[in-house]
Ligand binder design. Sequence first.
Ligand SMILES: *Cc1c(COP(=O)(O)O)cnc(C)c1O
Length: 393
Amino acid sequence: MDETSKKQATETRLVHVGRNTKDSKGFVNPPLYRGSTILFPTLASLSEGGFGYWYGRKASPTYEALENALNELEGADETILTPSGLSAITTALLALLKTGDHVLVTDSAYQPTRTFCDGPLKGLGIETSYYKPRIGAEIEKLIKPNTKVIFMESPGSQTMEVQDVPAIQAVAKQNNITTIIDNTYATPLNFKPLDLGVDVSLHSGTKYFIGHADAMIGTISAKGSAAKCVRQTAYALGICAGPEDTQLALRGLRTLSIRLKQHQQSALELAKWLQTCDEVEAVLHPALASHPDHDLFQRDFIGSTGLFSVVLKPFSKQALARMVDGLKLFAMGWSWGGFESLVLPFDPSPYRTATTWPYQGPALRFHIGHEQVSDLKADLEAGLKRLHKTAND
Ligand SMILES: *Cc1c(COP(=O)(O)O)cnc(C)c1O
């Protein structure tokens, strides 16, 4: 990046990252290269790499465009693309851990992260301990001689605890431990973990990068030896992203800042309103002053996004079904980050091991899309009314 670019705002850089007008022969966007085989005209070029590329799985101008864009946005040396967010998590863990090692994983981690740790990693003789997300510098007490990685996710994508990343990072550094963060919630626009010394920042690009629920990708951005190690492991495992999905992620980045601003504004408006509703026990949104980690969030994050959770007062399963089944604009879905609003009932109590979920009532994770807020509010208002018993109950 040249000196002028360095001074430009992220909004400006998002329009320009990963583009090279000369290479794309004047077209605004980098071309979509699909392909396995790269041809070598001579024996010498076969070993030297004729055009700078060897095989479709290893590198292509399409992959490089997104990798370069994310290197700049994350402040990374390298970005490795994977076919999904979960494969970004599993590839990074496999790269940085070996048999006999111990990993500390936040209790608020995306549930499939736990499934991988408790299954395949355990099978490889790698031990996982889950820690309280709000542990901060106290994490030092959980470190064992064989602890090699600390895995963070902040805020937790359902339960919304914000982690004290600088405090955890300081302990990790003192003890020579590599740190990984699942930064999917914030995107590099709202939180830049590598600037705080975290070694690896990974994303489910399926969410806000792609932004339209029509493709899947994972990204792993890292510095120094961690980056090299992840790159080598991903290649050894045969991990690569699809070229179309890569291009859709790069296209998504162009509008990421304006989409996020709208997600943030609409979600905050609804979260504030939900706080005033009688049926609601708690709204878990880190940008609200009522959130227990609000100060930490204010200190470390540039802004919030469209994701937050709500805990309802205790209502029966039938009442909850009446509420969610009748919603017209909020469909239920496991993902988030697209243009559409979603709701997901969840219960972390069966799988949490380091913390106890303190609520009795049903919890709902909302992703606020780009529908008009007044329409979303009307849909939810009618839904909350359906929680109450009717004459037919
Ligand atoms: C969705 C999600 C993932 C997994 O991403 P996929 O692209 O669906 O594999 C990982 N972490 C978080 C926080 C997520 O929300």
